[in-house]
Design a protein around this ligand. Structure first.
Ligand code: ADP
Ligand code: ADP
Length: 237
């Protein structure tokens, strides 16, 4: 469903961040991208939903050539891809459920969602998403009253409410303590298995990558240096 064909990414300052990337990811895979800081993990992930444009090569997602999408088509495409960040990216001064609702009504200005101009159906979907990640009881709490792990679950629920086929997660547990990190990774795994969503996750903790992912991709200086089952990774990748 995601296919990189000789993809290169050169930033405007000349930095060659992705070099001849060839990669195919199937529906339902749980893939961890590992590598040192600056290796290109974030760049790779962010080309998939066109947060970054590629420089050359062909990138297709569900048969659509990503770089040709514009306007409405691009917005629709992006809605099919959930994104979770290291820093949660929540609207901290508003309730948990309203944070989740922002993904149901992406074209609605934030102030409208805050005053409640969304449908009952949207609200049901938002509450179901919170239930899936085990924090339904926090629905009406302000987001900034939650712990880091709970905030990352809200972010995950927000992407689930979008009903995406793919979830991209850029270092989602890097800001969490080790115990909470494991709990959040459990949620990713559950979602991957129960909802058959593809999960593509950047993670610098090799141990977590090996424990949770089916497949590991190692990147070094913009090149893929390993691509295979997590069971065959040795620690010097
Ligand atoms: P990682 O996620 O593995 O830490 P990144 O994808 O963030 O790596 O970065 C890969 C390389 O591209 C690094 O050398 C980084 O400094 C560089 N880079 C990232 N973003 C930009 C940018 N907007 N402009 C120029 N260089 C960038
Ligand atoms: P994040 O943790 O959200 O990936 P980063 O700290 O890696 O954020 O990067 C923040 C922003 O700075 C991004 O937009 C990235 O593209 C840009 N950036 C990262 N490295 C460089 C660089 N060497 N030169 C220019 N921009 C960069």
């Amino acid at each position: 469903m995601i296919k990189f064909d000789n993809v290169n990414k050169v930033y405007p300052n000349g930095l060659h961040a992705l070099k001849n990337i060839n990669l195919e990811i199937q529906q339902g895979e749980f893939v961890a991208i590992i590598g040192l800081s600056g290796a290109g993990k974030s760049t790779l992930l962010r080309t998939v939903n066109r947060m970054h444009d590629i420089t050359d090569g062909v990138l297709t997602v569900n048969g659509q050539e990503v770089n040709n999408l514009k306007g409405k088509e691009l917005r629709k495409f992006r809605r099919g891809i959930g994104m979770v960040f290291q820093s949660f990216n929540l609207v901290t001064r508003t309730s948990v459920v309203k944070n989740v609702l922002t993904s149901r009504v992406p074209d609605m200005p934030l102030w409208k969602s805050i005053i409640g101009l969304y449908s009952k159906e949207d609200k049901v979907v938002a509450l179901e998403a919170l239930d899936k990640v085990g924090i339904l009881d926090k629905a009406y709490v302000r987001a900034d009253q939650l712990s880091g792990g709970q905030q990352q679950r809200v972010a995950l629920a927000r992407t689930l409410a979008q009903n995406p086929e793919i979830i991209l997660a850029d270092e989602p547990v890097a800001a969490l303590d080790p115990i909470t990190a494991v709990q959040v990774m459990d949620d990713f795994k559950k979602i991957n298995q129960e909802l058959n969503m593809s999960v593509l996750i950047n993670i610098h903790h090799v141990d977590l990558a090996l424990k949770y992912a089916d497949r590991v991709i190692g990147i070094k200086a913009g090149e893929i240096v390993y691509d295979g089952p997590s069971s065959e990774v040795t620690h010097d990748v």
